[in-house]
Ligand binder design. Sequence first.
Ligand code: AMP
Length: 183
Amino acid sequence: MKIVLIGIQGSGKSTQGNLLQKILGVPYLSTGHIFREMAKEKTQVGRYIKEVMNAGYLIPDEKTLEIVSEYLSRDEYKKGYILDGFPRTVNQAQSFANGIDHVVYLKVSDKEALWRISLRNDEVREDETIKAIHKRIELFHSVTEQVIEYYRHKGKLVEIDGEQPIDEIHKAILKKIKVKENE
Ligand code: AMP
């Protein structure tokens, strides 16, 4: 099964992605994680990615598509995957015709997301300055919400109230994608 998770930062995509990968038996892949790893490289590309990420901007579509395609061509993703953070622009979505089954939109208000991010203390991330977080939320509304509409028109969108407890959200996703919990 191929699933895309969409939602603002702090909406619970990685939590739900990790729960889903256990049940569905397909790997979870986060483009934010891939880029954070690339940003550690002391190369020109690494430095460029770090700069863009720390400002909260998006990596250009061409580069993003190139990297995602390279990952998804690997054997481990043959049976399917759970993608977090991609596609984020309509151009990325259009260029990525890869037989997606469901696009799960975790709907959380900006206020709730900002509250959750402020409470996170498990990791300190260089790209999580207040300015970068606000930029990312702004870009979600101006750019990524169009991706949600794109998939809604295609009949692929599953909209979930992301402000429920973790377990309730998990159950709601499984119900909508018609997967039984003991499968
Ligand atoms: P995330 O962890 O998903 O919030 O991603 C962190 C950062 O990685 C973003 O602010 C972007 O700079 C970059 N990024 C992740 N996914 C994408 C994407 N699909 N397109 C462009 N940039 C991305």
